[in-house]
Write a protein that binds this ligand. Structure first.
Ligand SMILES: Nc1ncnc2c1ncn2[C@@H]1O[C@H](COP(=O)(O)OP(=O)(O)O)[C@@H](O)[C@H]1O
Ligand code: SF4
Ligand SMILES: [Mg+2]
Length: 344
C-alpha cells in the first residue's frame, strides 16, 4: 500500500466525466462530473449503494457502455484520453494496459476453451508471444495466484473449477500482461466469506509495486485493510474521497457515516445492520440541491436548493480529503457543525 502524501503521476485519471443514458422516460444522469485519479501501486476503493454509478463509470472507461449511453469529459490512461480512441486502439489497450475483473468470472471465461488456451491466448494476442512461451507464463501465473495443482488445473475447462478457483483464473488472466491498472467490479460478491478474504489478500499482494487497482464494492466491510484510498459515490457523484483510515476514523459526509453504520458487525445483535432509511433517488429527475437531502438527518434549508461542491475539507492530523456537504464533519463533530467552517 502507498500513501497519497508524495503524489506521483496518476495512471488513470478522470476529469469532468459524466455518463448519460437515453431512455423513453428521459435522460438517466447515471454519472455526473467525476474527477479523480489513481496512482501506480495504489488501491482505490469505489463504494456506494447499488445504482450509484460505480460499474457504469468504468464500463464507460473501458468502452463497454450500452448503446443508449454516452460519456462526456476525459478519462486518461497515462495521458492518452481513452474516450477519444478508436475501437481498434481501445481494444489494444484493453487487456494489455488495463484489465477488468467482474463479479461473475464466467463473463470473462470461454466455457469451450481449456484454461491453458484462454490464458495463453491473451499473451499471444497482446504480447506477441509464441505458444510455448505463453503457456509456460500462464502456468507460472496460475501458481502465483495460488491455484493448487496448477499443472492439472490448466488442462481443465472452466466448469470443472469452483467459483473461487475461476475467479483466481480471471485474476491471473488480468495480471498476465502486467497491466497498468486493474478494475475489479465486485470481484468477491459471489464468493463465500473465506474465499472472499483470500481473493482480497491476493489482490493486496499482487498489485504490489506498480499496478494500480480500482476495487468497486457496495460493501464497505471489504475495503479496510485492502484499499489505500476510498471514493464514496451517491447518485452518480463522488460525495467523499480520502484515505481509508481517515474516512473510517471520521467520515466527513453523512452518507459515508450512514454507510459505515450499515456494515454488518458481529458484535451487534439482531441482524447487525443499520440500514440507511429511504431509497436511492431517481436519476432521471434527481432531487434538487444535495441529492442526499431527502434521506439526510442533518439537512438544512440550503441543502434542498444548492448542490454542495466536492471541496477539500480539513481535519487535524488527517490527510487530503474532499467532501460534497454543506455540513461536512457535522456527525463526527457531534452536531456542533464544526466542519461548516471548512466551506466558509
Ligand atoms: N443501459 C442503461 N439505460 C438506462 N439506465 C442505465 C443503463 N445502464 C445502467 N443504467 C443506470 O445507471 C445507474 C448506475 O448504474 P451502475 O453503474 O450499474 O450502478 P452500481 O454499479 O453502482 O450498482 C443506475 O441507475 C442504472 O439503472
Ligand atoms: S449537504 Fe446537507 S443534505 Fe447533503 S449530506 Fe450534507 S447535510 Fe446532508
Ligand atoms: Mg455495479
Amino acid at each position: 500500500m502507498t500513501t497519497t502524501d508524495n503524489r506521483t503521476t496518476p495512471v488513470l485519471s478522470l476529469s469532468n466525466y459524466s455518463i448519460r443514458f437515453a431512455t423513453p422516460d428521459g435522460e438517466v444522469q447515471a454519472v455526473s462530473d467525476l474527477s479523480f485519479s489513481v496512482e501506480a501501486g495504489e488501491t482505490l476503493a469505489i463504494v456506494g449503494e447499488s445504482g450509484s454509478g460505480k460499474s457504469q463509470t468504468f464500463n464507460g472507461v473501458f468502452g463497454l457502455l450500452a448503446k443508449n449511453g454516452r460519456t462526456e469529459g476525459e478519462a486518461r490512461l497515462e495521458g492518452a484520453d481513452l474516450l477519444k480512441l478508436s475501437t481498434r486502439d481501445l481494444d489494444r489497450v484493453r487487456g494489455r494496459d488495463m484489465a477488468m475483473v467482474f463479479q461473475d468470472p464466467m463473463t470473462a471465461l470461454n466455457p469451450t476453451l481449456k484454461i491453458k488456451r484462454q490464458l495463453a491466448e491473451t499473451l499471444e494476442v497482446h504480447k506477441g508471444m509464441r505458444r510455448r512461451e505463453a503457456e509456460a507464463e500462464a502456468l507460472a501465473m496460475l501458481k502465483r495466484v495460488g491455484i493448487p495443482d496448477a499443472e492439472r488445473r490448466i488442462e481443465q475447462y472452466p466448469h470443472e473449477l469452483s467459483g473461487g478457483m475461476r475467479q483466481r483464473v480471471v485474476i491471473a488472466m488480468a495480471l498476465l500482461c502486467r497491466p497498468k491498472v486493474i478494475v475489479a467490479d465486485e470481484p468477491t460478491t459471489a464468493l463465500d466469506v473465506t474465499i472472499q478474504a483470500q481473493i482480497l489478500e491476493l489482490f493486496a499482494e499482487l498489485t504490489g509495486e506498480k499496478t494500480a487497482l480500482v476495487l468497486i464494492t457496495h460493501d464497505l466491510g471489504v475495503v479496510a485493510g485492502v484499499a489505500d484510498r476510498i471514493a464514496v459515490m451517491y447518485a452518480g457523484r463522488i460525495v467523499e474521497e480520502g484515505r481509508v483510515d481517515d474516512v473510517f476514523a471520521a467520515p466527513a459526509h453523512p452518507y459515508t457515516a450512514a454507510l459505515l453504520g450499515s456494515i454488518p458487525r458481529v458484535d451487534r445483535d439482531t441482524l447487525g445492520v443499520d440500514p440507511i432509511p429511504g431509497r436511492p433517488p431517481n436519476l432521471i429527475r434527481p432531487p434538487s440541491g444535495c441529492a442526499f437531502h431527502p434521506r439526510c438527518g442533518f439537512a438544512v434549508e440550503r441543502c434542498t436548493t444548492e448542490r454542495p461542491p466536492l471541496d477539500r475539507v480539513e481535519r487535524e492530523g488527517a490527510g487530503p480529503r474532499r467532501a460534497a456537504c454543506w455540513r461536512a464533519f457535522v456527525d463526527a463533530a457531534k452536531g456542533t457543525a464544526k466542519g461548516e467552517l471548512a466551506h466558509v
